[in-house]
Design a protein around this ligand. Structure first.
Ligand SMILES: Cc1ncc(COP(=O)(O)O)c(C=O)c1O
Length: 422
C-alpha cells in the first residue's frame, strides 16, 4: 500500500469533509518555499502551511538549533521547574512589549486564547469584582476549543456546539464605513454589562475571510475598553511576528493590549508552541495565600524546550536584516499586484496589509467559505505547482518571508490567469 492509500485507510484530516474529499497530496520534503511530493513534483507554499511558516521549510539553522536542544534536554515538567530556552525566549520577546508583562507558555493558538479568556475572567473574580461578559467581533475566529469557539463567530464550523458555547456579545467589525456602528455597540455594551474582556484579531480577521480594518478603528475600540476597565485581548496568533508589517499588528494602533496571544510564527512554523502574554497587573491579581486564586492551567508539553529553542532560532532569523527587508518588499509587491488584479472585472474587495493580500472572486454565489469556485482555483494552482487554500471565493496569499520576487511573481501570474479565465 502506498502513502496515500494508507492515509485513506487510517487518517481523519482536519477541517475536511472526508466523504468524497479530494485526494490528499503526500509531501515528503520541504526546502525554502518549496514542498515536494513523492514523485519530486514541487509546490510553492503561498500560504505558509496554514500561516505558520515564516523562514521556509526545513531551515538548516532552525534544524540545527532543534537538534542541539534535543541532545541537551528534550522535555521537563514546567510546574516547579524551568529551563534556559524558556527563560531566554521570554526574555528576548519582552523587548517587544513596552512595560511589564508576564509570559504564560502553552502549545497552540487555541490554547493561548483559552488561557487569555480564563486569565481575564479569573482576574476579576480574584480581585472581588466578578464580571461575566466577553465581547468579540462578528465574523471572528479564535480557534477550535470551547472558549475559543465561544469567542468566535457562530459559523458553520461549530453549529453542533451552539448550545454548549458560552454567551459572547458579538459587535460589528469596524471595517471602513462601519466604524461608527461598531463604536456605538461597543460603548453601549460596555456601559450596560459587566464586561470582563474584549477579544479581537487585530487589523486582519483571518479565517473569517482575511477581512481588514484600520489601526485607527482598533485604537478607538481599545481606548473605549481600557477607559471602562475591560481587559483587551489581542489574538495575534495569525498576525504576530511581522505578518502585518509590525511585530504585532496591535503596534500599529500605538496602543497596548492587556493580553496578547501568540503562536503560529513563534517557532517559524516548525513546532507547536504558544504564548499568552499579560500585563503584570493581571498576574498580580493571582498572587494570594488563598489557593483558589491560583491559575490552575497547564498542559503536559507546556514550554517544551525544543519548541522554545526553535522559537529562539526563528527569532534570530526574524531579527536579521534580510528578513526585515523581505517583509517590506513583499508588501510592495503585493501593492503592485493589487493594482494589477483590480483590472479584472470579476475581482472585488482587494486589500493588502503587510505580507497578506486578499481579494474576492465574484461569482453567481455569495462570498462564503462554501463558495465552490475555490476548487477550480486550487486545482489550477496545484497544476502549476502552487499551494493556496482560498476561503471559499476569498483568495489570499500569505507567503513565508523568504519567498523571492520571482517566486511571488510566478504565484501572481498564475492566480491572475486562473481568475481571468473563470
Ligand atoms: C486568529 C487565530 N486565533 C487562534 C487560532 C487557533 O490557532 P491553532 O490552530 O494553533 O489552535 C487561529 C488559527 O488559525 C487564528 O487564526
Amino acid at each position: 500500500m502506498n502513502l496515500l492509500e494508507k492515509d485513506k485507510e487510517l487518517i481523519w484530516h482536519p477541517f475536511t469533509q472526508m466523504l468524497n474529499s479530494d485526494p490528499v497530496i503526500g509531501i515528503t520534503k520541504g526546502k525554502g518555499v518549496h514542498l515536494f511530493n513523492e514523485n519530486g513534483d514541487s509546490y510553492i507554499d503561498a500560504i505558509s502551511s496554514w500561516w505558520v511558516n515564516i523562514h521556509g521549510h526545513s531551515h538548516p539553522y532552525i534544524a540545527q538549533k532543534i537538534h542541539e536542544q534535543l541532545l541537551t534536554l528534550e522535555h521537563i515538567i514546567f510546574a516547579g521547574f524551568t529551563h534556559p530556552p524558556a527563560v531566554e525566549i521570554c526574555s528576548r520577546l519582552s523587548n517587544y512589549f513596552e512595560g511589564a508583562y508576564k509570559f504564560f507558555i502553552s502549545d497552540n493558538g487555541s490554547t493561548s486564547v483559552e488561557v487569555a479568556i480564563k486569565m481575564a475572567i479569573q482576574y476579576w473574580n480574584n480581585i472581588d469584582k466578578p464580571k461575566t461578559k466577553v465581547i468579540a467581533f462578528e465574523n471572528a475566529y479564535h480557534g477550535d476549543t470551547f472558549g475559543a469557539m465561544s469567542a468566535g463567530a457562530r459559523s458553520i464550523f461549530f453549529k453542533a456546539f451552539d448550545p454548549f458555547l458560552f454567551d459572547v456579545i458579538h459587535i460589528p467589525v469596524p471595517t471602513p464605513g462601519n466604524e461608527e456602528e461598531c463604536y456605538k455597540k461597543l460603548s453601549e455594551t460596555i456601559k450596560q454589562k459587566d464586561v470582563a474582556a474584549f477579544i479581537f484579531e487585530p487589523l486582519v480577521q483571518g479565517a473569517g475571510g482575511m477581512i481588514m480594518y484600520e489601526p485607527e478603528a482598533l485604537k478607538k475600540c481599545i481606548q473605549l475598553c481600557q477607559d471602562h476597565e475591560v481587559i483587551c485581548i489581542a489574538d495575534e496568533v495569525m498576525t504576530g511576528f511581522y505578518r502585518t508589517g509590525t511585530f504585532v499588528a496591535t503596534d500599529q494602533t500605538e496602543m497596548q493590549a492587556d493580553i496578547y496571544c501568540l503562536s503560529k510564527g513563534l517557532t517559524g512554523g516548525t513546532l507547536p508552541l504558544s504564548l499568552t502574554v499579560c500585563k503584570s497587573f493581571i498576574y498580580d491579581g493571582f498572587l494570594s495565600n488563598d489557593m483558589t486564586k491560583t491559575f490552575y492551567h497547564g498542559h503536559s508539553y507546556t514550554a517544551n524546550p525544543i519548541g522554545c529553542a526553535a522559537a529562539l532560532a526563528s527569532l534570530d532569523l526574524l531579527e536579521g536584516e534580510e528578513t526585515q527587508k523581505r517583509i517590506q518588499e513583499i508588501n510592495q509587491l503585493h501593492l503592485g499586484f493589487a493594482k494589477e488584479i483590480n483590472k479584472l472585472e470579476n475581482v472585488a474587495n482587494i486589500s493588502v496589509r503587510g505580507t497578506i493580500i486578499r481579494f474576492e472572486v465574484m461569482t453567481n454565489e455569495e462570498t462564503s467559505y462554501l463558495n465552490p469556485v475555490k476548487k477550480q482555483i486550487v486545482d489550477y494552482c496545484l497544476s502549476k505547482g502552487i499551494l493556496i487554500r482560498p476561503l471559499g471565493n476569498v483568495v489570499y496569499i500569505l507567503p513565508p518571508y523568504c519567498i523571492t520576487n520571482n517566486e511571488l511573481e510566478y504565484v501572481y501570474e498564475h492566480l491572475k490567469e486562473v481568475v481571468q479565465g473563470l
